[in-house]
Design a protein around this ligand. Structure first.
Ligand code: GLC
Length: 750
């Protein structure tokens, strides 16, 4: 039933995409009239996407762009930053090619375009979907004003492995929350009219399973059961279809031996068959050609036949279709109908974007000048960054910094107090800034914001930037040691280089990079209270700091307003409310470590318990669990009550819990609701997130929240290959993270 509903809904939503999600009229007859005029060469040309002025992958073969466009051999250009060039390219396509079909410009708009926002994993940690939508509306407005039509976003991959550099691009480890974030991003990018000049076509990626790459190593093998694929990986993708996402992107990896681009089970059976997705599927960078390197295709002809037949339409950057699709047709490996259907999906998107009505509608220099980098966009980025920061420790209420407190002299120390270069405080995915080696002077660094801010409050502030690269010497540490000696309190700004965050940026260890823990230990010889601020793109492991540093703040990679947002949080003008959507392990060896794990037949109740599932050297528990984050105030949970003790298949259970601000300052709290099915037809996770609400409470204020659960929320992909809820006992949990919870029980009746 669920499957049927989702097909109907997706079919309607896609059709509504061409009707509702665009104000362009009469698309289908115009499309068919154009298709009838096209030669086979021109059709295959529409399925060819060529690299623009920035490369985001392996070097691939691409001749003169304009010559190819004149010859009708290019349907789309990706990663092109130069506005005037895009105008020239469109002029050539429209005025100098035989049929004048406009070019579709695609771009990675991952966390902002010209105004850089916090990385998506940080945005997810706000648990504020409205803020995420605002960020993406701003990104869409800037990118569309700069001539882009289509963003390769949202990345909706779930992962259990923070060694994988792309964990930063997603919403974390939970598929239910990841689905909500995916839909929020798609709604914001696409708006309700794809032809509007401030919206972009979205692209759900990478379909599918990429986040479960072996060893957390980029582009590596993915092998998983259908049950895990359906339960963990696919929900955000299905949610993307239901949100009317215009396009999908293949993943690089094999899934159970079959490269995703040619994986009929994924693209034909599930995406197009079960979910009824009728939109465009684009390869990832040369992933059609890489089926040959994987060893699953003999040559360009074989690769073209297998990828097109699977339902994948457009060839990003590889030229495989250009070299092999015509021969595949001649050999009867594909039909002209299959080629036509793929071309229809490309043309339909171009029509929906309004490109046939006005190919230059997104290339208006005046609108560009009025739209890019508006001051309110930076303010939105600053607010998002402050709201995304997660306070992990605050022993003794060291934070917020109080000018009436015991500290007067503050030493800012570390590699990231004032770092300009390596896209620090951002990530590799800030291509909209232009030059890939962009050394951002637009980022407000911690030193630039904190020094004046703290001095205004009456503190004395020193700044000691510490080089910790391989060639750094003891002198750098001695400078930090001296600065700490002179201070009353140390703020250590540590973490990762921005350029080390994102695709092809995997690590074999999560420990703090480049000797940073040693810096902390050296600096701590003076026994001065220390605040550790992390600029990170993934969970990191810092066991010594967790033991010895009284205050720890995860700032993520916060974007352009890094310093101001950090100052807002450290001074208390913003009370931190971020909560982790990824588990922070104690060490790398614990990976994979995630909250919604199975119980095993020998769960370890206590560390060291023999003959149970555990390690000799470390407890199974994480350093910081999913859903965790502190505030400058405290919150209490009480009164977990259920509207019924049992519900039938069609009924709704109301779960209420009271949250109180038991501290001294106003704060925001993310109340979370989890379930567990302790006796199902198959083993089920010990917890699954099924609800949350972010609320603001004044000191002493209390509020009773009510969540609704129905059989749909209890269903899972079972051993019979369908989504179904098992009748019987269920547990329900409510609290401020996935560990400290109140618990109750109810029954789902047959
Ligand atoms: C990259 C990424 C993909 C991106 C594309 C275009 O290799 O895997 O996420 O959208 O190429 O840059």
């Amino acid at each position: 039933m669920k499957k049927m509903l989702s097909i109907a809904f997706a079919w309607l939503s896609f059709n509504s995409l061409s009707a509702q999600n665009t104000s362009v009229q009469n698309i289908e007859p115009r499309l068919e009239a154009l298709l009838a005029k096209m030669t086979l060469d021109e059709k295959i040309g529409q399925l060819n996407q060529v690299v623009g002025d920035i490369s985001t992958g392996t070097e691939v073969r691409s001749d003169g762009l304009l010559a190819q466009i004149r010859a009708g051999k290019v349907g789309s250009v990706l990663s092109h930053t130069n506005f005037d060039n895009k105008t020239a390219i469109q002029q050539v396509a429209v005025r100098e090619s035989r049929l004048g079909i406009p070019i579709l410009f695609g771009f990675d708009v991952i966390h902002g375009y010209k105004t850089i926002f916090p990385i998506p994993l940080a945005q997810a940690a706000t648990w504020n979907l409205a803020a995420i939508e605002r960020a993406e509306r701003i990104a869409a407005a800037e990118a569309a004003a700069d001539g882009q039509h289509w963003t390769f976003s949202p990345m909706v991959d779930i992962t259990h492995d923070p060694r994988w550099g792309r964990v930063m691009e997603g919403a974390g480890e939970d598929p239910w929350y990841g689905s909500l974030v995916a839909q929020a991003r798609i709604r914001s990018f696409q708006g309700d009219d794809l032809s509007a000049v401030n919206t972009l076509a979205a692209c759900a990626k990478h379909f599918a399973g990429y986040g479960f790459t072996e060893g957390g190593r980029e582009y590596n093998t993915v092998d998983m059961s259908e049950q895990r694929l359906r339960q963990l990986v696919l929900p955000p993708f299905e949610a993307a279809v239901q949100a009317g996402c215009a396009t999908f992107m293949n993943a690089f990896n094999t899934l159970n031996g079959v490269p995703a681009s040619m994986n009929k089970h994924l693209v034909s059976d599930i995406l197009r068959g079960e979910w009824g997705f009728r939109g465009l599927v684009v390869s990832d960078w040369n992933s059609f050609g890489e089926t040959i390197i994987h060893g699953a295709a003999a040559d360009d002809v074989d690769a073209s036949a297998k990828c097109l037949s699977a339902g994948s339409d457009m060839d990003m950057a590889g030229g495989t279709f250009q070299r092999g699709l015509q021969k595949a047709l001649a050999q009867g490996r594909v039909s002209e109908q299959q080629i036509d259907d793929a071309v229809r999906r490309v043309l339909r998107l171009k029509f929906a974007l309004g490109l046939f009505d006005d190919p230059f509608r997104y290339l208006n220099p005046n609108r560009r000048a009025q739209t890019l980098e508006k001051p309110e966009y930076r303010q939105a980025s600053r607010e998002m960054a402050a709201e995304s920061m997660v306070l992990l420790k605050n022993d003794g209420g060291l934070l917020p910094l109080d000018p009436k407190g015991p500290f007067r002299k503050i030493a800012l120390i570390g590699p990231y107090v004032n770092s300009i270069g390596h896209k620090d405080y951002m990530s590799f995915w800030t291509l909209g800034l232009g030059n890939p080696q962009y050394d951002s002077t637009k980022v407000v660094t911690p030193a630039q914001a904190l020094k004046p801010r703290l001095e205004e409050m009456g503190f004395e502030v020193t700044v000691t930037e510490v080089c910790l690269d391989a060639n750094c010497d003891e002198k750098a540490l001695s400078a930090a040691l001296n600065a700490a000696r002179e201070a009353d309190l140390v703020i250590a700004c540590l973490g990762e280089r921005g350029i080390d965050c994102g695709e092809s940026r995997c690590v074999s260890t999560l420990e703090l990079p480049r000797g940073q823990e040693r810096l902390l230990q050296v600096v701590s010889r003076n026994n001065k209270p220390t605040v550790m601020v992390l600029f990170n793109s993934r969970p990191l492991a810092f066991p010594w700091a967790s033991e010895n540093v009284p205050a720890i703040l995860v700032a993520w990679q916060p974007g352009f307003e890094a310093g101001n947002a950090l100052a807002d949080v450290l001074t208390g003008s913003v009370n931190p409310s971020g909560k982790l959507t990824v588990t922070f392990p104690r060490n790398t060896g614990q990976i994979p470590l995630y909250y919604n794990h199975l119980n095993t037949g020998r769960p370890q109740a206590n560390f060291g318990q023999m003959w149970t599932s555990g390690y000799l050297d470390v407890p199974n528990t994480p350093a910081y669990p999913f859903g965790y984050g502190l505030s400058y105030t405290t919150f209490g949970y009480s009164g977990l009550t259920l509207s019924k003790t049992a519900i039938g298949p069609g009924e709704t259970l109301e779960v209420s819990v009271t949250v109180a601000n038991t501290g001294k300052v106003t704060g925001q709290e993310v109340a979370q609701l989890y379930i567990r099915d302790p006796a199902a037809d198959i083993a089920r996770p010990v917890k699954e997130l099924k609800g949350f609400e972010k609320i603001r409470l004044a000191p002493g204020e209390r509020r009773t929240l009510t969540f609704k659960l129905s059989a749909k929320d209890l269903a899972y992909w079972n051993h019979e290959g369908r989504f179904k809820a098992d009748s019987g006992q269920f547990r329900v949990f409510a609290g401020g993270n996935s560990v400290e919870v109140l618990e109750a029980e109810f029954e789902l009746k047959e």
